[in-house]
Ligand binder design. Structure first.
Ligand code: SF4
Length: 608
């Protein structure tokens, strides 16, 4: 039995491979099924930026900046620029990626692709559908599985995927399974069933479900199986939900299908889950905990085994924990466990309650460098209404202790929770101002009705009147539109949280791994030590160095380099220290270059 897994098909920047797909690959292979993977990005990025770029030129011309570049410099130049951007996005070199303007360019381009070229993917003459079909058939599968994410926001892409499924169905006549984060709720499964007409939907924890389903398909006898829904009668028959009883028994996630050096970061960052579900699981706005039936953990010994496996097989020491959130209890247990293993760094979500100075110091010493805290609000009454279980005063001391321990803090903030007034929301803004010295980044969002969340299940408790889909009205406080306007005002009012460091992070979640990398490698503007590692952070073309790929940067000039300067700039690649690449006299001169940033740790290339 041969199984082909199709990753989510999107043109986006990727900093790390997909954990869910890697778990499925590991389980299916251990069960003896020949399993292949059809990647999404950067395969799709290559099509958009290189292979099909000429066909997208008219679309690019509709953008003010891209249109101007094409008009001023010509189509050939612009196509070359896109190719250069593709090279930067899929290169593990640190250069070109350390200044805000180049990052903004990359972000602008990929946002444009998302908004303008993905919709065109599903139409002729673009060959996305043909290429995807051919990539699937190359492995001659007996079963194909598609991982779907947010198909609501990208209807044209969903249509293209659905067309590919129809072709698989009519020409190969093999079972089609869909799954992935897009299948988390019963409503989304019903919609996906209607749109994609799959033979099976795998949901919740999919590893044992998919391996069991493949075995039954091979035996020609599919019976009731947990976490699998299928068509029957008038619609979709919802499968029962079950947790993986023994997480330790799962094989390690298998990342061998990925070229780990074609991700955006100059270091290999791999995801890992040490627990599934949320230990708190009470927040009224959240349905994350509904994805997993109950909270269950990987044992400490197995966590160590997995980390050693990651290091031996994938040559990485950078781990992004994908646990829903880390409570102080679990963090204490992990510190004890991880102290038995040297040389790893961790990024994690954390639940801001019960963390002490001692615990945070211990976390730093075992390698935790970035913590993303679910703070949500700076108003105690709002926190209580959210059933967050946290306390504003305690959160402030935790953030301070965490920063003082050396950890980079990122905050999740939520505006417009039902009943929240603009005065209460201002308390969150004041909270940020009070704590900006301890907070590197904050990620803002506006409340919406998430299917399966306590507010959606019992709206009257929070004075909410659902209006269909995620729409709603509230009896008291800001309506959703007012909350969005409030947030827009706040975001444009210049509220800053970066505590005097140089963390550039345009965009959203895609760049969280980038922030993690910066927190480990220690980007700094403190030039007092010559042991710092210099990196060129401008876009070098021939003998000119500019801040921006598109030439739109105005805050720093384009530098014309002499041969000596050019060679010198070329040696600032994040590997050697300032002391090693020049003598003391010249160090003073090059420290003044506007196109060099410094790190405290070299970017050593992974050995293969
Ligand atoms: S918001 Fe975080 S802490 Fe609250 S229930 Fe959801 S995952 Fe758990």
């Amino acid at each position: 039995m041969k199984f082909c897994l199709v990753e989510r098909q999107e043109s986006r920047i990727r900093c790390a491979p997909d954990l869910g797909a890697a778990y499925l690959l590991g389980v299916c292979r251990e069960a003896g099924f020949g399993t292949s993977l059809v990647c999404g990005s950067p395969r799709t990025l290559y099509d958009s930026l290189v292979r099909d770029a000429a066909a997208f030129l008219d679309t690019f011309k509709e953008d003010r900046l891209f249109g101007r570049i094409i008009k001023d410099r010509g189509e050939t130049y612009f196509l070359g620029l896109l190719k250069e951007m593709y090279g930067a996005i899929t290169s593990n070199q640190i250069t070109d990626k350390t200044n805000p303007e180049a990052l903004e360019d990359i972000w602008r381009l990929t946002t444009f692709l998302r908004d303008r070229t993905w919709p065109a993917f599903g139409r002729e003459p673009f060959s996305f559908r043909t290429r995807l079909y051919e990539a699937i058939t190359a492995s001659k599968p007996d079963v194909v599985g598609f991982s779907l994410w947010n198909f609501y926001d990208h209807p044209q892409m969903a249509k293209a995927i659905s067309d590919v499924m129809s072709r698989v169905r009519s020409q190969l006549d093999i079972p089609i399974i869909i799954g992935g984060p897009g299948m988390a709720t019963a409503g989304s499964r019903q919609d996906a069933f209607r749109i994609f007409k799959p033979d099976y939907i795998v949901h919740h924890e999919g590893e044992l479900a998919i391996a069991g389903l493949l075995s039954m398909l091979e035996a020609g006898d599919v019976k009731d199986i947990a976490n699998v829904s299928y068509p029957g009668g008038a619609g979709l028959v919802e499968g029962r939900t079950e947790a993986v009883a023994d997480l330790d028994a799962l094989p390690p996630p298998d990342f061998s299908d990925y070229d780990l050096d074609s991700f955006f970061l100059p270091v290999r960052v791999l995801p890992l889950m040490t627990a599934r579900g949320c230990e708190w699981a009470r927040c009224a706005f959240c349905n994350h905990h509904a994805t997993y039936p109950g909270y269950h953990e990987v044992s400490p010994d197995r966590v160590l085994e997995l980390l050693e496996h990651y290091r031996d097989r994938y040559k990485t020491d950078m781990i992004m924990l994908h646990d829903e959130t880390l409570t102080a209890r679990r963090a204490t247990q992990l510190v004890d466990t991880l102290s038995r293993l040297d040389g790893f760094y961790y990024y994690s979500y954390a639940y801001p309650r019960g963390y002490t100075k001692g615990l945070l110091g211990g976390m730093y010493s075992v390698g935790f460098r970035t913590l993303v805290w679910g703070v949500e609000s700076g108003n105690q009454a709002v926190l209580e209404s959210m059933r967050k279980g946290t306390n504003v005063t305690e959160i402030e001391s935790i953030l301070k202790a965490s920063r003082e321990a050396g950890i980079i803090n990122v905050l999740f903030l939520l505006f417009g929770f039902p009943g929240e007034t603009s005065e209460a929301a201002m308390d969150t803004v004041k909270f940020l101002e009070r704590n900006k010295g301890y907070v590197e980044r904050h990620s803002n969002s506006v409340f919406f009705l998430q299917e399966g969340s306590p507010v959606a299940l019992d709206p009257s408790v929070w004075g909410v009147e659902p209006k269909g889909g995620t729409g709603y009205k509230v009896e008291k406080g800001m309506q959703n539109k007012e909350a969005k306007e409030f947030l827009k005002r706040i975001e444009t009012s210049g509220l800053r949280t970066a505590s005097g460091t140089m963390y550039h992070m345009p965009g959203d979640t895609e760049f969280r791994a980038y922030l993690f990398m910066q927190s480990v490698y220690g980007e700094t503007s403190d030039f007092c030590s010559q042991d710092l590692i210099p990196v060129r952070n401008g876009v070098l073309r021939g003998d000119t160095l500019s801040p921006s790929f598109f030439g739109s940067g105005v805050c720093r000039p384009v530098l014309h380099l002499s041969g000596k300067d050019s060679a010198f700039i070329g040696s600032c690649g994040g590997i050697r220290s300032a002391r090693d690449i020049d003598d003391d006299e010249r160090i003073d001169r090059f420290l003044r270059y506007p196109y060099i940033v410094f790190y405290r740790k070299p970017f050593l290339k992974p050995s293969h």
